[in-house]
Design a protein around this ligand. Structure first.
Ligand SMILES: Nc1ncnc2c1ncn2[C@@H]1O[C@H](COP(=O)(O)OP(=O)(O)OP(=O)(O)O)[C@@H](O)[C@H]1O
Ligand SMILES: [Mg+2]
Length: 303
């Protein structure tokens, strides 16, 4: 029998108050052991999707399941497999970090205390001070520990690195990779491709409630344009490059030619360049953020 996916949604939709179409017909399957990055601008519907996956809100249409358990009709059992970091994390201001984690652990029942202590040490969680005295980043760390401390099979994180300094962001990325290496699954939302491209296997891009693109990070990288600067011994004919598929000549400045090209066009670029004497050739690494921003912008006019 086919094992149920970690996450499976069919036509999942949410309309608030009969008129805000926050999520429209989401069909998405996330396999076990995958790290899936869910990207989109403010108000795109990321948190709505995540709340639907958690069974915290009900779909207007369609359905979602987690390990084969419908999040609406089997929400409690489904949540038993989940760790969750909400985007609008709420903690008890009067408790200390330690008390907060104890209280959440007792709700969970089964918490791996050694793991919890290890996570606290790793993220540098402030345990002995009341939460109301903690900075945003230090609260976020408590939220992260509670999402991981029961070793869930699926961890759903709504903007996990929001408010964390770069060192901590790296630590969280390492934690995500280790979790996936154990065969567990991660679904994380973010505004920035840069933030997830080094941890995610695949990314989905959502805009105005609709999933506009799902792709492996590797193939996004292939689609991403390289910025190529070629310095020739004497001026070269730019039309030799402009005629290549996908290539755009950005500027010619004497013997310096700047162009942008997707990875599959690079061979043609180099061969065209080789007809001349070359002084220097620089190809800048794929800039994923750029295609990401392009997808953000796409349809801005069309609605
Ligand atoms: N409880 C609610 N009632 C009415 N509208 C809502 C509610 N929650 C969200 N919305 C609307 O649904 C849309 C999607 O919101 P959502 O919070 O899912 O976006 P998001 O992608 O998480 O955004 P952000 O990046 O800002 O966190 C927005 O237009 C938002 O205003
Ligand atoms: Mg959100």
């Amino acid at each position: 029998m086919l094992e149920p996916a970690a996450i499976d949604t069919v036509g999942l939709s949410k309309t608030y108050g009969g008129k805000v179409h926050a999520l429209v017909g989401l069909d998405l399957r996330v396999e076990r052991g995958e790290v899936f990055g869910y990207l989109g601008p403010n108000g795109a519907g990321k948190s709505t999707t995540i709340r639907l996956l958690l069974g915290l809100i009900h779909p207007t249409a369609g359905r979602a399941s987690v390990f084969g358990l419908d999040t609406r009709t089997n929400g409690v059992r489904a949540r038993g497999h989940l760790g969750y970091l909400p985007g609008d994390l709420r903690l008890s201001d009067r408790l200390t970090g330690r008390e907060q984690l104890e209280s959440l652990a007792s709700l969970r029942g089964s918490v791996d205390r050694a793991l919890r202590d290890e996570l606290c040490a790793r993220l540098g969680v402030v345990l002995e001070r009341p939460i109301r005295q903690l900075s945003r980043g230090n609260r976020q760390k408590i939220g992260l520990v509670q999402a991981f401390m029961h070793r869930p099979e699926l961890v759903v994180l709504d903007e996990p690195t929001a408010g964390l300094d770069p060192l901590l962001q790296n630590e969280v990325r390492a934690l995500l990779r280790e979790t996936a290496a154990e065969g567990r699954t991660i679904f994380l939302s973010s505004h920035s491709l840069d933030e997830v491209q080094h941890v995610a296997d695949r990314v989905g891009i959502i805009r105005a409630g609709r999933l506009v693109d799902v792709d492996a990070v590797e193939s996004l990288r292939e689609r991403a344009l390289r910025h190529v600067t070629i310095t020739f011994a004497e001026p070269a004919d730019p039309s030799q490059f402009a005629g290549l598929d996908g290539v755009r000549v950005v500027s010619t400045d004497g013997a310096v030619l700047r162009l942008s090209a997707p990875e599959p066009a690079m061979d043609g670029v180099v061969k065209a360049a080789a007809r001349y004497r070359i002084v220097d050739l620089v190809s800048q690494p794929a800039d994923l953020e750029e295609i990401f921003l392009e997808l953000y912008r796409e349809g801005d006019d069309g609605g």
